[in-house]
Design a protein around this ligand. Structure first.
Ligand code: AMO
Length: 436
């Protein structure tokens, strides 16, 4: 008989013979009748057996089956008023495919009391909890929705090297590795490559890939390895064109998630608000707004985590938006490849996107004129000609372009109201964690 997934079963199929496979969530023995709640990737269902309806050795085996063992159950689908779904399966045959050891190293119940560190040590068991499973089912959908969006907007998907000779972001955050006796680095951003392939004539590119940062940060938003959603687009008028694409992406994504992840959102108790319009304010305006609420931010300083939280609260109150773009960051704080604002050279044509109190993306228009880029890098103490792999890109016809990087894990964290970014990634890497 072919296996059915639990979510496919309906009460309309009363008396139908079915075969289901999955993990044991619960066993209840009430003398002459026993219940097994079996769970597969789609849902769970109550299975019931009466003593006089099955071979006695099989009946006697049931109470000894441990939670999380893997079973296959053959039986008949029966409507039942008492069952949660309005129907259950009466067991006719049962096969133990794999027994689970007891006790389990972590608490896999709905309201698990196990701390996050221990849960991450046993992530494969942690995901047996339907709510945790729901996070990663949603994440998988988001991956597809984002890819479809970029595809529909004429972006090409690219895959770029993660082992590199040098990056263009700050050098301090690079992981250095021994590459056959030479020093190499794990990529901090596909920045160089996404610009390279816009200039190469693809015009619009995106990459969803791993990004590495040697940041010794012990916060709820920093990882040392995260997934970046990077985009880059050519022939833009200015950085607003990039923000327009990001804004459209966020609206489309949240609308799609709301429709396609109904069960997951319900399990996670998350309500999603699709933004109508994402406000855009300059960093200077943002600073004034948070200062009015009693938070001081120094000149040339960015908003810190507390400032981002505060500005989000202010924007939510003022514009009823979970998102805000903060624009025009000081040149002093931004990398050399950003384009400076011709009206005010002290700032760059840059932006951050803050979602429910956390920066989830940053981007800018890039400087595409080689001579200006050379000047700008010199000002930052960098000799661009020593990075010929980067400098050359701008020597043979480079269109005006810009782009942004979105932290995939932070996006999921904020979308699903998770306290810690580690909840949004299957196997987080941080300064203390290299396993599993
Ligand atoms: P940036 O360094 O701001 O920009 O990174 C882009 C986005 O990546 C996420 N992010 C992180 N997520 C988890 N852990 C971290 N340690 C971490 N660091 C960053 C954030 C951030 O907004 N090249 C530019 C992007 C561009 O201009 O296109 C860049 O990498 O959500």
């Amino acid at each position: 008989m072919e296996r059915s997934f639990i979510s496919e079963l309906t009460e309309k199929e009363n008396n139908k013979k079915v075969l289901i496979k999955g993990w044991v969530s619960e066993i209840r023995s009430l003398g002459k009748v026993q219940f097994i709640v079996l769970r597969d990737k789609t849902d769970s269902i109550q299975c019931v057996v009466h003593k006089d309806e099955i071979k006695s050795d099989l009946f006697n085996k049931i109470p000894k089956i441990s939670i999380e063992s893997v079973l296959e159950i053959e039986g008949k689908l029966k409507t039942s008023k008492q069952a949660k779904k309005g129907f259950e399966i009466t067991i006719e045959d049962l096969n133990i495919l794999s027994e689970s050891l007891t006790p389990l190293p972590i608490d896999t119940s709905e309201k698990s009391k196990t701390m996050i560190d221990k849960r991450l040590d046993y992530r494969f068991l942690d995901l047996r909890r339907p709510q945790i499973n729901a996070i990663f089912k949603t994440r998988s959908k988001v991956f597809n929705i984002v890819s479809n969006f970029f595809d529909s907007k004429g972006f090409y998907s690219i895959n770029t090297p993660k082992i590199t000779a040098a990056g263009v972001e700050s050098g301090a955050e690079q992981f250095s590795i021994d590459y056959f006796g030479k020093e190499a680095f794990l990529t901090q951003s596909p920045q160089v490559y996404k610009q390279m392939f816009v200039v190469a004539g693809l015009e619009r590119v995106y990459e969803i890939g791993e990004v590495f940062r040697a940041e010794k940060s012990h916060t709820t938003r920093h990882l040392t390895e995260f997934t970046g959603i990077d985009l880059e687009m050519g022939f833009i008028k200015d950085e607003n064109d990039v923000m327009n694409v990001l804004e459209e992406l966020m609206k489309y994504l949240l609308k799609e998630v709301k429709e396609k992840c109904k069960n997951e959102l319900e399990l996670l108790n998350v309500k999603i608000d699709v933004p109508k319009k994402i406000p855009r304010i300059t960093l200077e305006e943002a600073k004034k707004l948070v200062e009015k609420k009693g938070k001081k931010v120094k000149e040339n300083e960015d908003l810190d985590a507390e400032g981002e939280k505060l500005i989000s609260e202010i924007i939510k109150e003022k514009y009823d938006s979970d998102f805000v773009f903060i624009t025009l960051y000081p040149w002093e704080k931004k990398p050399f490849y950003h384009m400076r604002d011709p009206k005010n050279k002290k700032v760059t044509k840059s932006f951050d996107l803050v979602y429910k109190g956390v920066e989830i993306s940053s981007g800018s228009q890039r400087e595409h004129n080689y001579n200006v880029l050379k000047e700008q890098s010199k000002e930052k103490g960098i000799d661009i000609d020593k990075m010929s792999f980067y400098a050359d890109i701008f020597k043979y016809g480079a269109p005006p372009h810009g782009g942004a990087g979105i932290g995939f894990d932070r996006l999921i964290q904020r979308m699903l109201n998770l306290e810690n970014v580690r909840e949004a990634i299957l196997l987080p890497r941080d300064p203390e964690r290299l396993t599993p």
